[in-house]
Design a protein around this ligand. Structure first.
Ligand code: F6P
Length: 549
């Protein structure tokens, strides 16, 4: 356990006083003074990924102080501790070993005296056989047809990873395969997919770590009934598989454990796309590509465990996030992939970051006295330039951005990609540099505006600048790069959790609402007159029922 005084520590106090001296410093001046600034604040992972973090409100001193804080919080020890399987998820007394899933050199990883690599490799072998058999028509449906519709039924970590990664790697899908995802309990989610597919050609993958999640089980039951109505009960064995840690519940649901792909409690839901939870992806892109994704993540893991903090990409991004969150009072950030195939990356990262670090109690059981996880939002560029970028450029809130851009597109049509690239580079420059009122006035003058018009408009047309961004330049969105990118964000979130002294691997905040929903459900379904909620909830229950009469 760390000592309790995170925000009273020497390194923290140093950053507070540094902030006072530094807060008015303009990035454009820093760039003007130091032609080497970009080179100083750029790191690379092989020829896969580059982080340019020079357009942040930092100096070498800032980074030095931030790294002192990281050292004071014993980040290096904590990294080792996670990778060797210590029970760092202290509230659930679990190891955190999603990294073992991409441990491509197979060094033993011991949990409870057992090398988990043995179990992991056995499941990967089963995934390889099954995904090949489905892809090449050896494993057929009940009526002998090839299974070409792959429907993943899961929610949260059992959905967002597969959704994001299958979309990101769409160019690698086997021809003729279609992937669908059903997550929401809203019947529309099921109806919309079932309307499009033929039961004889459909494989349902029920993905749930616990196999108790009401949304997933309800959706799975609906799909099961739809299949049985069409093809009869014996068809279930050929059209349903499960991905879970819970064999008993899988059996109870009526799926043969032979059709189950296992993972383990040391893999958190939002960290599970590397496990059997990735089966839909493995079928779509093939196990070779799935393993390339693991290799990319492994490369990032090696970088993370072996690189000094000052050059360590996840650590740098984490500490810059801490700088904004805890010293500049900026509790939000945006991730903007400039790539259509990465359009679900922000949604995926939202769960990763906000479910991991949205905590108020530290590992000692004390309420924290400083900000923890920020709000994350985002969307694909250039679309979002035409929605929330107004606020990012001229709003009163500072929103640090991560721009994620592949240098090479999978669809080099005409000059689309150069236009896209020009846009993302321009956004970073515009946010950093801004436009002074003087510059705005000169432009207005050149456009022939009168003095009154210039005086009135120049403030509206000016940009404060000094607004930060990271640029993550990828060579191309391929399986390897995607693996490295996702692992980077996982580690960034982990490092921030260390700094904030919280358990990034539980998610107790999702429980209360789930429990209350179970109380309300019978009240909606039956005639209950004596409602015992607050007056708002009571009235809403009555109004819902009145509408549904
Ligand atoms: O929303 C809470 C949560 O437990 C997530 O952490 C998890 O990814 C999701 O529900 C789904 O859980 P399961 O895979 O057990 O169905």
């Amino acid at each position: 356990m760390f000592d309790r005084s995170v925000s009273k520590s020497k390194a923290w106090k140093k950053l507070e006083s540094h902030y006072k001296a530094f807060r008015k410093v303009e990035m454009r001046d820093l760039f003007a003074k130091d032609p080497e600034r970009a080179a100083k604040f750029t790191e690379k992972l092989g020829d896969t990924l580059v982080l340019d973090y020079s357009k942040n409100r930092i100096s070498e001193k800032t980074m030095g102080y931030l790294m002192n804080l990281a050292r004071e919080r014993r980040v290096e020890d904590k990294i080792k501790s996670m990778f060797r399987g210590d029970r760092i998820n202290i509230t659930e007394n679990r190891a955190v070993l999603h990294t073992a899933l991409r441990n491509r050199d197979n060094t033993p990883v011991m949990v409870n005296g057992r090398d988990v690599m043995v179990d992991i490799n056995a499941v990967f072998a089963k995934m390889r056989k099954f995904s090949d058999d489905v892809r090449y028509g050896k494993f057929k449906g009940h009526t002998g047809k090839k299974l070409v519709n792959i429907v993943n039924i899961g929610i949260g970590g059992s959905d967002l990873g597969p959704v994001m990664a299958t979309e990101a790697l769409k160019k690698y899908w086997l021809k003729g395969i279609n992937c669908y995802f059903i997550s929401n309990i809203d019947g529309t989610a099921c109806a919309e997919v079932l309307d499009k597919i033929n039961p004889e050609e459909t494989l349902f993958i029920v993905a749930s770590k616990t196999f108790t999640t009401i949304e997933t089980l309800t959706n799975a039951r609906t799909c099961r009934k739809w299949l049985v109505d069409a093809l009869g009960e014996p068809a279930v064995a050929k059209h349903f598989v499960a991905l879970s840690t819970n064999t008993e519940e899988v059996k109870k649901f009526g799926i043969n454990p032979d059709n189950m792909f296992e993972f383990w409690d040391f893999v958190g839901g939002r960290y599970s796309m590397w496990s059997a939870i990735g089966l839909s992806l493995a079928i779509a892109v093939g196990m070779d590509n799935f393993e390339k994704m693991l290799e990319g993540a492994f490369a990032m893991d090696k970088h993370f465990t072996e690189t000094p903090l000052e050059h360590n990409i996840p650590v740098i991004m984490a500490m810059i996030g801490v700088w904004y969150n805890n010293f500049m009072g900026c509790h939000r950030y945006a991730v903007i992939p400039y790539d259509q195939y990465l359009k679900y990356l922000p949604a995926y990262l939202q769960q990763l970051d906000m479910e991991s670090n949205g905590k108020s109690v530290d590992v000692n059981g004390e309420f924290v006295k400083y900000a923890t996880g920020p709000v994350l939002f985002g969307g694909a560029g250039t679309d979002v330039q035409h929605s929330f970028f107004q606020l990012i450029h001229q709003g009163t809130e500072m929103v640090p951005c991560d721009f994620v851009i592949p240098a090479i597109s999978h669809n080099e049509i005409g000059d689309h990609h150069e236009i896209l690239l020009a846009n993302v580079l321009a956004q970073g420059e515009a946010l950093m540099r801004g436009k002074t009122q003087k510059e705005a006035a000169e432009e207005l003058k050149a456009a022939g505006k009168s003095k009154e018009e210039i005086d009135f408009l120049k403030k509206f047309k000016s940009f404060s600048g000094n607004r930060p961004s990271n640029t993550l330049l990828l060579k191309k969105v391929d399986p390897y790069t995607l693996g490295a990118l996702v692992a980077l964000y996982e580690h960034k979130v982990f490092v921030q959790g260390i700094i904030w002294n919280i358990d990034s691997y539980d998610q107790m905040g999702v429980e209360l609402g789930k429990k209350l929903a179970l109380n309300i459900l019978p009240e909606l379904q039956n005639n209950v007159h004596d409602l015992k909620h607050d007056s708002s909830t009571n009235a809403l229950i009555k109004m819902v029922k009145a509408f549904r009469k």
